[in-house]
Design a protein around this ligand. Structure first.
Ligand code: PLP
Length: 355
């Protein structure tokens, strides 16, 4: 039976993407060789990297003043690369702490200098997005997390700052239209909306680099990877190629406008049911709800066994909540069809009728 994959990450990819990736592992670009056994310097792979970079820029509407990189180490590596490259010696950075990942990013930055926490929602288990803070010009940069994967909140607006704006977009990159030129540095681990784990997409405005005043190890220096065109060392070829297939798929579907429409439709369907159904309630504050990850709980834990049986029988996987929230989390990344959300809604309604 077809599975309805609501996993938080790694997560669902489009069937065409998986098929294309499988084909390339067997026989890449008619070479009678596997994608994963050729040199990354082969011109056929260099073309993959070039197209992945160009399409990423095109989808985000970024011009020649930005570089797009495919790096390794996950989004977690960016937690240290960002301050290493942008936090000046003796300088200060601003962070908002809106969830587990944001907290980790801020902690890492403290190894490099002063960190001001401009807003935090730790007081209410990260169920909302803090607002109304000011981002001062004295800061070297301001770091935020656009979507809080674990707690199901999402920033709908980004502050106007007098400094550089850095954003961890790991779990909602390419899910909606944004003015990406507002950001000086964006990063995202591939495994939530783009491809398999292994690659991390970074978009960086070139003119912000080279000012930190500290020596940076080559692998952690953005400039190294700009100069090496994301091939300073062997890139994660499978992840980059599969990400390219997703980028092409998104473009074919109508780009970010189409992704946004589809994601909003899915989220509206599920949140309407969470709000309507007498057995369930959502954990995130309504205005900050994420279109990607919906967190919800049963009012009465006693129904959980029955609910768990029902959704498993319906072919649903990956909706157990993160241990720090409990309950359920339905992740609705780009490739998840509306039909899967409808199956979950049907199960919730069925449960209500039988109780
Ligand atoms: C998953 C996630 C991360 C961690 O990504 P890795 O690639 O595993 O290091 C960081 N930030 C956010 C918002 C995430 O969702």
């Amino acid at each position: 039976m077809k599975k309805h994959n609501f996993s938080a990450g790694p997560c669902i990819l489009a069937p065409e993407v998986l098929q294309g990736a499988a084909n390339a592992v067997e026989n890449f670009a008619g070479m009678d060789l596997s994608l994963i056994e050729i040199s990354h310097r082969d011109k056929k792979f260099v073309a993959v990297m070039d197209e992945a970079i160009a399409l990423s820029k095109e989808l985000m509407g970024l011009g020649a003043d930005y570089e797009v990189l495919f790096l390794q180490g996950g989004a977690s590596m960016q937690f240290c690369m960002v301050p290493y490259n942008l936090l000046k010696v003796g300088g200060k950075a601003g962070y908002t702490v809106t969830g587990t990942w944001a907290k980790k990013a801020a902690e890492e930055a403290k190894l490099f200098g002063d960190v001001a926490i401009l807003g935090s929602s730790a007081d209410k288990n990260f169920s909302y997005i803090p607002k109304g803070y000011t981002v001062g010009e004295e800061l070297d940069y301001f770091h935020c997390t656009s979507n809080n994967t674990i707690f199901g909140t999402q920033m709908k607006d980004f502050p106007t700052t007098g400094t550089r704006l850095v954003c961890d977009m790991s779990s909602d990159i390419f899910s909606r239209q944004l003015d990406f030129t507002k950001f000086d540095l964006i990063y995202a681990g591939a495994q939530k909306n783009l491809g398999p784990a292994g690659a991390t997409l970074v978009a960086v405005k070139k003119d912000i680099l080279g000012q930190s005043g500290r020596p940076i190890p080559s692998m952690l220096d953005y400039q190294t990877h700009i100069d090496g065109e994301s091939m300073f060392n062997t890139p994660p070829v499978f992840s980059v190629y599969t990400s390219l297939l997703t980028l092409r798929w998104m473009k074919d579907q109508g780009g970010l406008a189409a992704m946004e429409r589809h994601n909003a439709e899915k989220a509206a369907l599920l949140y309407a049911e969470i709000d309507r159904n007498s057995l369930f309630y959502g954990t995130a504050s309504k205005e900050d709800r994420s279109d990607m990850n919906a967190c919800f709980l049963l009012h009465d834990e006693a129904h959980s066994e029955q609910f768990n049986t029902l959704w498993k029988e319906a072919g649903i996987v990956g909706i157990a909540g993160h241990r720090s929230v409990g309950g359920y989390r339905a992740s609705m990344y780009n490739a998840l069809p509306l039909e899967s959300v409808q199956v979950l809604v049907d199960v919730m309604q069925h449960l209500e009728k039988t109780i």
